[in-house]
Write a protein that binds this ligand. Structure first.
Ligand SMILES: [Zn+2]
Length: 292
């Protein structure tokens, strides 16, 4: 990869950050005090509920959720979160089951009790504004790794390196508690997939569908790893320079990875640097917030 390619990809990633910041502001109507009932009855809420129900069925069909296990949520505008209820199989959800919560976990619309694990989702949303959807489940192969308190080793499968990279492992805490919710905080900026020790895994992404893809990618990789180890031949790792190429692609796609900091980013005259981009984003957001 030559210098010009890296510069071009860096610029793309900077522009992506600006666009994401603008989109976040535009999600909310100018009247910032949109009521919970208006939010819950909006077209966006209808579409999110349909997506959550479809993803719930996929999770159950793939055996990633057992009993009433697992939960799904999605941000609605800047103030609200739609989430699955407690004590329901994720394979049986209907639109009326989905609750509307604020960022403090207060239920504002919906007849059912929210999942107690919404606290985990809310901590992720508050810590990382790029997270628009959070999904927690118990995929068997990933959960097997969580039972060992370790993540699968890196460097053996391009798909896994690209979409997830390094899975974090959060320490065990009693599920449903605030202490449990906060175990993921050290990891939510650089990791979109976090194994929860002795429990399962949690994923965040821009959409519910993409968060479910991450669950599939992680569980498949954990299964691949276990099978490959049984073949009886040494595993063949992807070379470091090819991992660097994958990191450059991840940067371009806006995917998190703690290794991104290790990729040398070239600068040249005329290229906007990160600090200038941050200030530009702040100015755009301030202007848009004032428009109402
Ligand atoms: Zn769980």
């Amino acid at each position: 990869m030559d210098k010009n390619q890296i510069v071009e990809q860096t610029s793309v990633s900077q522009v992506r950050k600006v666009v994401q910041a603008v989109v976040e502001v535009l999600r909310e109507p100018p009247a910032a005090d949109i009521s919970p009932s208006v939010a819950a009855n909006s077209f966006e809420a209808d579409s999110l509920r349909a997506e959550m129900i479809a993803v719930g069925r996929k999770l159950w069909q793939r055996q990633y959720v057992d009993g009433n296990g697992g939960n799904i949520s999605a941000r609605l505008g800047s103030k609200y979160v739609l989430c699955t209820p407690t004590m329901m199989s994720k394979g049986d959800l209907v639109p009326a089951d989905i609750c509307l919560s604020d960022l403090d976990g207060n239920i504002l619309a919906g007849d059912r009790m929210r999942t107690s694990e919404i606290l985990l989702h809310l901590e992720i949303y508050k810590a990382n504004p790029l997270a628009r959807a959070v999904l927690h489940c118990h995929p068997p192969h990933a959960t097997a790794f969580a039972m060992t308190g370790s993540a699968p080793p890196n460097g053996y499968l391009a798909e896994y390196e690209f979409f997830i990279g390094i899975a974090a492992v959060a320490p065990y805490e009693t599920p449903g508690t605030q202490a449990f919710a906060e175990t993921v905080l050290p990891f939510v900026q650089d990791h979109n997939a976090i194994l929860l020790a002795n429990h399962g895994a949690v994923f965040w992404s821009d959409t519910v569908t993409h968060a479910e893809w991450l669950a599939e990618v992680l569980d498949t990789y954990c299964r691949n790893w276990v099978i490959a180890r049984q073949i009886g031949r040494p595993l063949q790792a992807i070379s470091d320079d090819k991992i660097v190429e994958l990191m450059a692609l991840k940067r371009r796609m806006g995917l998190p990875d703690p290794r991104l900091g290790r990729v040398q980013v070239a600068t040249q005259e005329g290229t906007v640097n990160e600090g200038e981009i941050e200030r530009l984003v702040e100015r755009v957001v301030a202007r848009l917030e004032d428009r109402g």
